[in-house]
Design a protein around this ligand. Structure first.
Ligand SMILES: [Zn+2]
Length: 133
């Protein structure tokens, strides 16, 4: 009885709207995986559906098939912290996304973008040298 209290977007929206919604989620990150930055091919439930996670924008992030499959029904932040490609800025972005602050999440993801890092490599290096001196 209680499990029926959960409302899934899939049940509410016709297929067309569901497709639009999926598209809009991929658009937020420029079609890149929120975890590793590779092209996003799927939508991952941050809180797995098996643990009561809902199909809402706050709980659904763009993910590549590799991350989505590897994470499966583990806790996203716990799983992510153990990955080689772990980036604290992305972890913060995932947290912001979960809280519904998509604007902050997108900003953090832009910050974590590899191109951005390359551009600012020297600056970061100089800063750490300055701190060490
Ligand atoms: Zn990925």
């Amino acid at each position: 009885m209680h499990i029926n209290d959960a409302v899934f977007l899939e049940d509410l929206c016709p297929k067309f709207r569901l497709r639009q919604w999926r598209k809009s989620i991929h658009k937020f990150t420029g079609k890149s995986c929120i975890y590793c930055g590779k092209p996003s091919e799927s939508i991952d439930h941050v809180i797995p559906r098996s643990q009561g996670g809902l199909s809402t924008t706050e709980n659904c992030v763009p993910a590549c098939l590799s991350c989505n499959g590897d994470k499966s029904d583990k806790n996203a932040l716990y799983w992510y912290r153990r990955q080689k490609f772990y980036d604290p800025r992305r972890a913060m972005a995932i947290r912001a996304w979960l809280e519904g602050d998509l604007r902050l999440a997108i900003r953090l993801l832009q910050w974590a973008n590899p191109n951005f890092k390359v551009k600012n490599k020297n600056y970061t290096k100089d800063e750490s040298e300055y701190k060490a001196a």
